[in-house]
Every structure is written in C-alpha cells, then in structure tokens.
Design a protein around this ligand. Structure first.
Ligand SMILES: *[C@@H]1O[C@H](CO)[C@@H](O)[C@H](O)[C@H]1NC(C)=O
Length: 160
C-alpha cells in the first residue's frame, strides 16, 4: 500500500516533465535565436538574450512561475499570461496570439517570435526584470563562448 502510494505520487510528479519539454544547451539556443533573425535585432545581441533566458528559466522550456494574481509566466523566456499569452484562466492582452501551454514544449519558435515582438516593443528587453538586473557591466559575448554561430563566428580559441 505504502509503495503503491509512493509510486502514484512519483508518477504524478513526473507528469509535467513528459510534456515534451527540453532544457536547452546554451549554444543550441543561440543557434535557434540566430536562425530566427535575432542577431543584432534592435541592437541587442544573442549573448544578451541568452543572459536573459538563463536568469528567467535556466533554459528550461517547462519552467513556470505563478503570480499571486493567478497569472503565470511560461517557458524559456517566461512570457506571462497577463500580456503575452492566453492561459484561459485570467484576463490577458494575448499580444503574441498564443496559448500559454504551447510555450512549454521543446518547439520554441513560437516563444522566440513572441520574444522578438517584446524586443521590438517600447521597453525593449527591459520588459524582462532579469535583463535590467543582470546585463549591465557584463561582457555579454561571454554567453556565446564556445558556440559556433553562422553569422559572426565567435571563438575563444587562440591559434598561435
Ligand atoms: C507580465 O509582463 C509584463 C511585461 O513583461 C509586466 O509588466 C507585468 O508585470 C507582468 N505581469 C505579472 C503579473 O508579472
């Protein structure tokens, strides 16, 4: 009986992880962002976006943060259900025209397109609190260390 209960609880805890989620490798995410045209988009670098995503979600597409008002922030860029997506629970502007639960899976093109819209918005990347808190005074190109990008190859290897 005890073991059965434990198993049920364990399975229940594992369920959210089966939502086809993914914790992105830093350079894989960098490449996705580059493919979506985010390199130097509106003056921000991909390093900056990686920095933001790291502090928002740890690159985990299944990350969710619930707010006291009943809204939540979803996915790798923590897009919230007040402004950007529709959770079906609380009122939303749904500016990205997406259902929040779709932001949990490993297919992040919709998340990226929404982030792109946010980057283009009036407050730009300052829309993300983590960005305002963490970007200044840092060399954001460090986030691309070791990543082989198409556009501007960045390498730390020094050939001598
Ligand atoms: C939702 O996102 C907007 C823009 O990022 C932000 O201003 C607002 O505070 C967020 N809402 C909640 C409840 O966190």
């Amino acid at each position: 009986m005890q073991a059965w209960d434990t198993m049920v609880v364990t399975l229940a805890m594992l369920m959210p992880a089966t939502v086809d989620a993914k914790i992105f490798q830093r350079c894989d995410l960098a490449m996705k962002l580059e493919e979506a045209g985010l390199n130097s988009f509106k003056g921000y670098t991909i390093g900056g976006l990686l920095c933001m995503a790291h502090y928002e979600s740890g690159f985990d597409t299944s990350f969710v943060d619930r707010n006291p008002d009943g809204s939540s922030a979803y996915g790798i860029f923590q897009l919230n259900s007040t402004w950007w997506c529709d959770s079906g629970v609380t009122p939303t502007q749904n500016l990205c025209h997406v259902e929040c639960h779709e932001l949990f899976n490993r297919h992040i093109l919709d998340d990226i397109m929404c982030a792109k819209q946010i980057v283009s918005s009036q407050n730009g990347m300052n829309t993300w609190d983590s960005w305002s808190q963490h970007y200044s005074g840092h060399d954001l190109s460090e986030w691309l260390k070791g990543c082989h990008m198409y556009a501007k190859p960045y390498t730390t290897e020094i050939n001598s």
